[in-house]
Every structure is written in C-alpha cells, then in structure tokens.
Design a protein around this ligand. Structure first.
Ligand code: GLY
Ligand code: MN
Ligand code: MN
Length: 438
C-alpha cells in the first residue's frame, strides 16, 4: 500500500482549525481535473493546493466536505478501488483505506458525492466553495444546491449563501506554521543548490536545456517531486522576455544567462532568479545593469520586518529602479513624472514580489478591503527587482541593449526582522566570478 508522504496529523490539526472558524457554514474543496495531453497519455497529477493543505491526499477525483458540529465533520470522497484501472495507473486508496490512512471521519466513493452531499449540507446556512475555476464541477454543485433547496422547503434553510473558499483558506495559508516553514526552507535549500550547480556547469556552448537538466537532476536527487513552475533558462536577449520558456538555445560567450527556477518539496516551492555571465566574467555594461539591480534588491531586503506594507515595497522598488534607468540613460525626465505616467514600466513591467508557499504565486490578500496589508512574522514572499532592455530598443544606449537582469530571493518575516531563505546562492559579482572560475 502507498503511504501518505507526510505526517497526516498535520492535516488533521489544520482541519480542526478550519472547523473552528466555519461557524454554521460548510466547506467544499474539490480536486481540479486531470489534464490530458495526447490520446490517453496524461500529465503527472499534482493535487490542488487547498485540498492537499487540508488532507495530504494526492489522488485526482477527490472532494473534501467539512461540516462543523455534526459527525462526520470531515468527509472525503475518493475514487473506488478498481483493480483494472490500478493495473494501468497505479494504486488507489479507495474509501476504506483512505479513511484509515488520512484520519478523516468518513470516506465515500466519489460517485456518491451528489446524493450524500445533499444530506450532509442540510441545516448549514452558508457554503465556502471556490466558484468559477472548474466549470463542470460548478454544474455539479449547482445541482446539489438546487436539490438541497427544494428538499428543505420553507424551513428557513433555503438556497445556501456562497462564500469564497479561496479567500478563506488563502488567509490561513498566508502565515506559515513551523511545519510549513520547514518544508519551504527545504524547498529553498534544494533550489539554491540547484542554482549553484548550474553556475558551476555553465560555459560557452552548453544549451539552456542542458542547464535545466543539471538543475532538475539535482532537484530530483534531493527528492523534490517536481519544479514549482516552468523553468526560465534565458541566455542573452531572451532574458528580456519575462516568461521565456523555450529553453532550447545555445549559451554564448559574452551573454548573460538568466535562470528563474524553483524546486517543489512536499508541495512548497522555492522561487529563485540569478543572472550570470556564460563565460564566467561580467562585461562592463553587464556590471552597470547587474550591480544596479543588486544594490536595489539588497536595499529592499535590508528593511524587511513586521509592519512593512507590501504596497510600499512595490513603490520603493519602482522608485529605485527608475533612478537606475535614469542613471543608465535609458530614460530622461523627472522621476515623479515618469512613475505617474508608468513610463518606467517599459523596462520593469512586473511587481517587486509575491507571496510564496504551496503555489509560487501563493494564496493570500495584498489589500484588505482596499487597505494595504503589512507583512507579519510567518509570511513568506519574494523580492525580485529586474531591468529588461530589449535588443531592438533603439532608444537605449547601445551597450545595454539585449541585457535582462532579475535577482530574486525568498524571504521569511520573523518576529525581529527577516530571514533570507535563499542566501546560499551567490549574487555578488566577485562571488559569481569566483565560483564560475573554479
Ligand atoms: N517564477 C515566477 C516569478 O518569479 O514570479
Ligand atoms: Mn517570483
Ligand atoms: Mn521567479
């Protein structure tokens, strides 16, 4: 029998916490559909982050239903055992084993969902559910809600009110527990050493794909299940394309290589970007851009502590990067005018960072009903300033054309200040040149 990959008590404690917060409302979290690539060959499946967060259960076609105050409070619907399908696709827990192994109060076969859900939801006023992400499951839910409404007649429990489960669970996921920080720290360590392996490997003539392979090999060797998002391995001018992921060109001497890659560990992902010269030595123009971005990144990180507003980080980042654009002669004019007209976005079109956790762009609000949010101990996020000067930009000084730089680290806010969880990957020019020269 397959075993749960993590201690299931962690998930049980999370469900207990959710039950306390639900009031007289129920919660439903469904797995997302499996992707099909061609014919009958699928992609490897990754459980929906919210469903994993509350169960540790990794099979597709599963649904968690939670109903505080009545036994069974936590109910999981799973695929039935099916020897023929298991011969093709592998082990399935089935309701009986899933109930034992994942310590939920009750498991049912997935085929019973609509019938059983109507019974289990009776008497609850509202339902936390993620609408609009999975249209075919939404249809199922509408039918459950309709049958429920008519079965309850005029008892005062009519159509259930719907609340956003993403918002509810997102706020819980935003502040990481010790167990979550341990997973995230491990993901960051693996990611960091993968980047170091890439720095040691790269030389003129290697392909972007080979660099990706070296990193993935390291990730797997550390029991990372998968990459946390698509690799970006972008040499030369490709680094000015934000989400470049062809990753199929040759790395040439004289070019910078930008790598944005993260390993996932127990469903938590690192998200590191480093840029370094293919030949091992920065050119003068590359130093100008790189050192400018690096100084900004370090300045932003230095000030991180509880109470800092995420919105202020965005503004501070845009301001510092606009100063750099002016220094490099990419733009001219008054900084305030440039920023208010969004002209700086030509060379820095993204934000300064994002929450990090089970998803690379992790759950959680940045504003609470319009008010900017302050960071708190236990929150994790990236700091990733960048400057991207397209090779075709006739306005930019010639020597800077085709240079793209982003430097990205992963930060945990602590009671006193912060911890950079990805500090192990070199980013100072001298350190990079030294490691590449070895
Ligand atoms: N790798 C995605 C990001 O940095 O946001
Ligand atoms: Mn990022
Ligand atoms: Mn990234």
């Amino acid at each position: 029998m397959r075993k749960a990959t993590e201690n299931v008590e962690i998930f049980k404690a999370r469900r207990e916490n959710v039950l306390k917060k639900l009031g007289n409302n129920a919660l439903i979290v469904a797995a997302h559909p499996e992707h099909i690539r061609n014919h009958d060959v699928g992609y490897p499946y990754r459980q929906d982050s919210n469903l994993y967060y509350l169960t540790g259960f990794e099979e597709p076609e599963s649904i968690l239903l939670m109903r505080p105050g009545n036994f069974p409070e936590s109910v999981l619907f799973v695929r039935e055992k099916n020897i023929e399908r298991e011969t093709w696709d592998g082990f399935r827990f089935g309701p009986e084993l899933a109930q034992q192994e994942f310590k939920v109060d009750k498991c049912y076969p997935i085929a019973d969902f609509e019938r059983v859900a109507v019974e289990l939801l009776k008497g609850y006023e509202g339902l936390y559910y993620r609408l609009l992400k999975n249209p075919s499951f939404d249809q199922k839910m509408f039918s459950v809600l309709e049958v429920l409404k008519s079965s309850q007649g005029r008892t005062g429990y009519g159509l259930m009110s719907l609340y956003d489960a993403d918002l509810f669970l997102g706020e819980m996921r935003l502040k990481k527990s010790e167990a979550e920080v341990a997973n995230l720290r491990k993901a960051c360590e693996i990611t960091a050493q993968g980047h170091v392996a890439a720095m040691r490997f790269v030389k003129p003539g290697v392909t972007e794909r080979q660099v990706q392979g070296v990193m993935m090999n390291y990730f797997y060797s550390q029991n990372s299940a998968r990459e946390g998002y698509n690799f970006i391995v972008a040499s030369g001018n490709s680094a000015t394309t934000l989400h470049y992921n062809f990753n199929d060109q040759v790395c040439n001497a004289g070019d910078l290589l930008l790598i944005d890659a993260g390993a996932e560990y127990n469903y938590y992902t690192g998200d590191i970007t480093r840029c370094f010269p293919v030949s091992g030595e920065f050119t003068k123009a590359q130093v100008d851009v790189y050192q400018g971005v690096l100084d900004i990144q370090k300045e932003l990180i230095a000030g991180l502590k509880p109470g800092v507003l995420f919105k202020d980080l965005h503004e501070q980042g845009a301001s510092l990067l606009t100063d750099l654009m002016l220094d490099l002669g990419l733009l001219s004019g008054r900084k305030e005018d440039i920023i208010s007209a969004n002209i700086h976005r030509k060379y820095y079109p993204h934000g300064i960072g994002h929450w990090l956790g089970m998803d690379v762009h992790d759950a959680g609000l940045y504003y609470i009903k319009g008010e900017p949010r302050a960071v708190e101990a236990g929150m994790c996020f990236t700091i990733e300033p960048g400057l991207y000067i397209p090779g075709t930009d006739a306005q930019a000084p010639k020597e800077y054309r085709g240079i793209g730089v982003r430097i990205e680290d992963n930060i945990l806010i602590t009671a006193q200040g912060h911890e950079n969880m990805t500090a192990a990957v070199p980013k100072e020019i001298a350190e990079i040149e030294s490691i590449m020269g070895q």
